[in-house]
Write a protein that binds this ligand. Structure first.
Ligand code: GLA
Length: 393
């Protein structure tokens, strides 16, 4: 059964009638530019063909009722109660089951933006084929599908970048994960065959054709099955190190630092903070270089940049894990043009850029390397740049 059908069926069995429509939004992989988003820097992600679907209809009450295929029970909240539930205090768990905070958080963020709009209750059923916890932004896909549905049904007329900001507010303040805006922007602005270059300070974005298909290249995702959560632990610590680094350099954010500032940075801060700073500064450069290489030379020219990005995350930012390093090394040793971990790190997935004919060799080699290391078998599949949110039914 497709996730679209699953969302519609769940709606019908849970709420006893047909939905008014089904809306969907994609997950993403990040081609390059990791942890640069909350440093007001540059990223180059693309939306993937895996999507989350929200079947929705008005219910004639003031309640939002939410069902999903990945939770057993329904969550109900009155629209006027949302201000009492959110925001979630930093470091605390949300006052509703976490999965439902993505959905209710979007409704709450939309109400904050449009306090005067006469918003009425809705029933929502969610299903998804974005792997959860794999670093492919299953959460941004939920936020994007729900934000698109409510934007239409509540006739708010908000543009995609505003809806991305709504999704980020839900993630940061309702779920309590201190993430940047890359995932929501890449989901909302996805285009077939193109990555989205985003300036995370101005939120200006432009589509950059990847040329993968014409060059006979595929993007392989290697989901390590090591799950991660960005509401806890390492992600928050990295963010704090970046803020400390910027403060010591006397700048608003690490976006304002360049490679020529690194010698001074090395003198005035401890080694760990310095290496965190060096990752962000060099990663911003690599994003710009990747956009230039794609535009001027084509996708076969970006391999070394992907590899350098991985090395920087492994050695300087220290967010890789053994499974991700094994995936990257095995892919590169068996013909991948480039490979790197993608997303927030501490688990999740790696990507490898591979010529179509080399796919079996690279996949087999990665599987063998995982088996040899005694790791859980990875989940390996290809992704291609896909379109953003849409109404499916
Ligand atoms: C997660 C966050 C993003 C971004 C990446 C790392 O996916 O949600 O905002 O910070 O990690 O690049």
């Amino acid at each position: 059964m497709t996730a679209l059908t699953a969302a519609r069926d769940l709606f019908t069995t849970s709420f006893g009638r047909e939905p008014e429509g089904v809306w969907s939004a994609p997950g993403r992989v990040n081609l390059i530019g990791e942890h640069t988003d909350y440093n007001e820097g540059f990223v180059l992600p693309f939306a993937i063909q895996h999507r989350t679907y929200a079947a929705v209809a008005f219910n004639g009450t003031g309640d939002i009722r939410v069902e999903s295929t990945f939770a057993d029970s329904q969550v109900v909240a009155h629209l006027d109660e949302l201000d009492g539930i959110f925001p979630t205090a930093p470091g605390e768990a949300p006052g509703v089951p976490e999965w439902s905070a993505y959905v209710l958080g979007v409704a709450w963020a939309l109400r904050a933006l449009r306090p005067d709009a006469p918003l009425t209750g809705v029933d929502i059923a969610i299903a998804s084929d974005v792997p959860i916890g794999a670093g492919l932004s299953s959460s941004a896909a939920i936020e994007g599908a729900v934000a698109s549905a409510l934007n239409d049904l509540w006739e708010l007329g908000l543009d995609p970048v505003t809806l991305a900001q709504v999704g980020r507010k839900a993630e940061n303040e309702a779920v309590g994960a201190p993430t940047g805006i890359m995932d929501q922007m890449s989901s909302m602005l996805g285009r077939p065959d193109a990555a989205t270059f985003i300036d995370c300070r101005s939120l200006e974005a432009k589509s950059v054709p990847t040329g993968f298909r014409d060059a006979g290249l595929e993007v392989l995702v290697i989901d390590t099955q090591v799950t991660h959560a960005h509401s806890t632990g390492g992600y928050r610590e990295r963010r704090e190190s970046c803020e400390r680094g910027a403060q010591l350099l006397g700048i608003r954010s690490l976006r304002d630092a360049s490679v020529s500032d690194l010698p001074r940075a090395a003198e005035i801060m401890d080694d760990v903070t310095f290496r965190r700073v060096r990752h962000i500064v060099t990663e911003n450069q690599r994003v710009l270089a990747t956009v230039a290489a794609l535009t001027e030379q084509g996708p076969r020219a970006i391999g070394d940049l992907l590899v350098a990005s991985h090395a920087s995350m492994r050695d300087d930012f220290e967010i890789s894990v053994a499974e991700l390093d094994t995936a990257v090394d095995a892919a590169l040793e068996n013909g991948a043009i480039g490979a790197r971990m993608t997303g927030g790190g501490f688990g999740g997935a790696a990507i490898a850029l591979v010529a179509h004919a080399d796919l079996p060799r690279v996949s087999d080699a990665v599987e063998q390397a995982f088996a040899d290391a005694g790791f859980t078998a990875p989940h390996i599949f290809t992704v291609s740049p896909s379109e953003g949110p849409r109404r499916d039914a």
